[in-house]
Ligand binder design. Sequence first.
Ligand code: ZN
Length: 160
Amino acid sequence: MILEDLKHKKKEKKEQSIYTCLEEIKSSWKGNVGGLIQDWVAIAGEQLAFNSTPLNIQNKILTIGASHPQWRQAIQYNRLELIASLKSYGYQIKEIRIRQHYPKDLVTRESEKEIWEKHPSRTDKTGITNCPICKVPSPKGEVKLWGKCSFCRRKELRID
Ligand SMILES: [Zn+2]
């Protein structure tokens, strides 16, 4: 009975130490940005937080990513207040750097994809049907949109 108890305690202790170890690793490797991201709205304020993101902390230098020049400027302008706010949340930051951040590119790529997805010439998405004018198999999307294939439409537009 006592032996069982001891075994159990030993196991518990081992698990505990693994847990502690993981926590230590986590807090060292996330460059503490993981926690900061969670506190970001409170620290930076809603507007700034929605337009920027903490990227990295290294040697007490926080790198913030912002996509729009306007927000990069705003961060630059409010730098000292932001550092003070960070300190009040326990983040020992002495300097802030601002970097162009990629979401802008993502947004562009996303909208390009969307345009292509909705493009009437995409046969894989909309299928094929015979053009009612020239009888040539054409993307259904085109016929649905213009009542004819793109070839007939171009011809028509040129006559107009
Ligand atoms: Zn046609």
